[in-house]
Design a protein around this ligand. Structure first.
Ligand SMILES: *Cc1c(COP(=O)(O)O)cnc(C)c1O
Length: 353
């Protein structure tokens, strides 16, 4: 694939890494390519970061044809930059595209686009403890008509943002509210893909939880409102009476790459993990009997997020005295160790730029 490069004439000043938040500062360039049914993917280019111009009838603005990914480039101690399991993001993006009738991108083309772009922007990867360069590939339907149908034109873009450490004051367990009314997804719907619409639909419950002092929502299944699914933008795992349990991927749960990596790390260390249905009744009973030993969320942003309190129908349940548990800590140390190149990557997950 040929990628045409236009360099910015006015490079921005790089931010001080101690002031970085999430997704507020963007790098100097972006990757773009276009799709139409006649030409396929074409005009791959890296251009200065700038506003987009799209037609007011563009599909994405009316019918929500949008999918995205999230992954990070990490600065290792030796100065090199590496990605964590990027092929998994590329495959998941294609699974999202298939569900929304957006065009898939051949894996080698998507990998070439990603690595060429990260190579170009790699000086933006901060080096302070816990910081990284967040990469946001996304695609949207871009037909210039109000007719409702599978799209004939699409745009694929990658932008990048240096992000701060998620845990500036050490790992703090989060408080999570179990949502009993709104649902995020149903089987047969779009819960298993990363699309903007899933997030739009979860905002109301998220705002309600936040107003009550909870950082995220734990979702129950959309049909019976009985089985535990995801937490906000994370998957969730529990240690109940010695058993490590995570909800099985039934179709309405996002197949997280951090989730998959946790399962592989746990199995490699000889832990038994069950991917199965976990009902709110079983979880409440474990909470009441003190058998819920640890709970944590897992996702690219925080990597591992210990859960210190769960609230369900106004009853608050502290977990592990609001402290980080042993397995939660081990997973955090192992995954962040591999991502920042501090421990050997025996799984072959990292890709050096
Ligand atoms: C992105 C996401 C996750 C985490 O996936 P990772 O690949 O681990 O970052 C979990 N749940 C939802 C709803 C998500 O959108």
């Amino acid at each position: 694939m040929e990628i045409k490069i236009t360099k910015t004439l006015c490079p921005k000043e790089k931010p001080d890494s101690s002031t970085l938040g999430f997704g507020q500062v963007f790098t100097d360039h972006m990757f773009i390519m276009d799709y139409d049914t006649e030409k396929g993917w074409h005009d791959a280019r890296i251009v200065p970061f700038e506003n987009l111009s799209i037609h007011p009838a563009s599909t994405v603005l009316h019918y929500g044809s949008e999918i995205f990914e999230g992954l990070k480039a990490y600065r290792r101690a030796d100065g090199k930059v590496q990605l964590f399991r990027p092929i998994e993001n590329i495959r998941r993006m294609n699974s999202s595209a298939e569900r929304l009738c957006l065009p898939e991108i051949p894996e080698d083309m998507a990998m070439e686009a990603l690595t060429a772009f990260v190579d170009m922007e790699q000086d933006w990867t901060p080096s302070a403890e816990g910081t990284s360069l967040y990469l946001r590939p996304f695609m949207f339907g871009n037909d210039e008509t109000l007719g409702v149908h599978a799209v004939h034109h699409a745009t694929y873009i990658i932008i990048a943002s240096p992000v701060g450490s998620y845990y500036k004051e050490g790992i703090n367990p989060v408080k999570i509210m179990i949502e009993a009314e709104d649902v995020r997804a149903v089987r047969g719907g779009t819960g298993y893909i990363k699309c903007g619409g899933n997030y739009a639909a979860s905002n109301r419950a998220g705002a309600k939880a936040e107003a009550l002092g909870y950082s995220q929502v734990l979702w129950l299944d959309g049909v019976e409102r009985k089985y535990i699914e995801d937490v906000g933008a994370m998957n969730v795992m529990f240690k109940i009476d010695g058993e490590i349990v995570t909800p099985a991927l039934t179709g309405s749960i996002l197949p997280g790459i951090t989730r998959k990596s946790c399962l592989e790390v746990l199995k490699s260390k000889g832990y038994k993990v069950s991917e199965r249905l976990l009902s709110i009744d079983e979880l409440s009973a474990a909470l009441a009997d003190g058998k819920l030993e640890e709970a944590w969320g897992c996702g690219t942003a925080a990597v591992i997020s210990p859960i210190g309190e769960l609230c369900y129908k106004d009853v608050k349940y502290p977990i592990n005295n609001g402290e980080i548990g042993e397995i939660t800590r081990m997973l955090y140390d192992t995954l962040t160790g591999i991502q920042w190149g501090k421990i050997e990557d025996t799984f072959g997950w990292t890709k050096e730029i």
